[in-house]
Ligand binder design. Structure first.
Ligand SMILES: C[S@@+](CC[C@H](N)C(=O)[O-])C[C@H]1O[C@@H](n2cnc3c(N)ncnc32)[C@H](O)[C@@H]1O
Length: 334
């Protein structure tokens, strides 16, 4: 039988508690400490320097939702869910949890009554208070937590992009706002005939070594601003999770710059969630809500087509990657 509505609402409501409890577990690396098998709570408390009684209560709460499981009276073990909180294992979402239950997210939701009232972003990327300025100003830890979260997500999506698209006719590819270069590295590794250019802000490009250091003979980095100049003479341009950061006016500015840099034969692959009209899966529409606070938005295929058209491009097709995942939106000069 379906859950009664009041119970369902409470379940949704307490999602915030669960998210914050997950965040603490991720920060304390509890899943890593349990990687070799169950441990007594006292030992976990001692390794992490936390209070043993409080630690027990945290683990008991998390175990109630399947993250960790009790082993006898006073020990805990990993479960399939907590395994996904381990650092550096394939499929890990630890960095994602660290980033998306962090202070900036709490600040975002605090701003929401005002955002909904005014319909204007609380953190406007065009006035120097946007997300990337925030991370720049809040120092290396915040920025690298965000980059690591993007990398967690990208590790799931990048191989799908590299495999779903036929890159055989391309020689040179530019990843515009390509972050630390994880997508570019995956595409270059999967397609050894390609040469890649990574464009991003100087402080981000400076961290690209971990992905591109093994590909220096087939790649280069450009520190720059996609509102100014985008490298030309490529066969293809990647734009992954960039357009959703911006309102229509700024998204068209970026696309127009890409269009101006593109040779006539080149193609643009924008990797984004594509909203389905009506109520689709909840992650993309909730992400859209978050982006409302930052002046960005998620879009439908028709909305992407409108942006491309304004920028002198034509949306050719949408290539789905997996259910609930972002898709490749392919465009060419109109
Ligand atoms: C949401 S992230 C996506 C990063 C990467 N494409 C990925 O999917 O992991 C957006 C990227 O745009 C970059 N960015 C923001 N403003 C920029 C600008 N004016 N010029 C170049 N890059 C910029 C950010 O530094 C960030 O790496």
């Amino acid at each position: 039988m379906d859950e009664p509505p009041p119970q369902k609402i409470l379940d949704i409501l307490f999602g915030m508690w669960r998210a914050r409890a997950l965040h603490i577990a991720a920060r304390l690396e509890l899943a890593d400490h349990l990687a070799d098998g169950p441990k007594p709570v006292a030992e976990l408390a001692s390794i992490t320097g936390m209070d043993a009684v409080a630690m027990h209560r945290l683990l008991r709460a998390l175990a109630s939702i399947g993250v960790f499981q009790a082993e006898g009276e006073s020990a805990y073990a990993n479960t399939p869910l907590s395994e996904a909180l381990r650092s550096g294992v394939p499929g890990t979402v630890r960095d994602f949890v660290l980033c998306f239950a962090e202070e900036w997210m709490l600040e975002t939701w605090k701003a929401f009554p005002q955002v909904i009232n005014d319909g204007v972003p609380a953190f406007d990327p065009t006035s120097g208070t946007g997300l990337f300025d925030y991370f720049h100003e809040h120092g290396a830890e915040s920025a690298s937590t965000f980059d690591a979260a993007m990398t967690n997500f990208s590790a799931l999506i990048n191989p799908m992009v590299a495999q779903a698209y036929d890159f055989s006719s391309w020689k040179r590819v530019v990843d515009v706002g390509g972050g630390e270069g994880s997508l570019l590295a995956t595409v270059l590794e999967t397609h050894p005939h390609l040469y890649g250019v990574l464009l991003d802000r100087a402080e981000v490009v400076a961290r690209s070594d971990r992905y591109l250091s093994a590909l220096t003979d087939r790649s280069e980095t450009v520190s720059g601003d996609f509102f100014n100049t985008i490298p030309g003479e490529a066969d293809g341009y990647l734009l992954k999770h960039v357009l959703h950061d911006w309102d229509d006016k700024n998204a068209v500015r970026i696309l127009t710059n890409v269009r101006e840099a593109m040779p006539a034969h080149a193609r643009l692959l924008s990797v984004e969630f594509v909203l389905t009209p009506g109520s689709g899966p909840d992650l993309p529409v909730f992400l859209d809500l978050v982006m409302l606070a930052y002046g960005g938005r998620e879009r439908t295929e028709a909305e992407f087509a409108g942006l491309f058209q304004e920028a002198g491009l034509r949306l050719d097709r949408v290539i789905p990657l997996a259910p609930g995942a972002p898709a490749i939106v392919e465009a060419t000069p109109a």
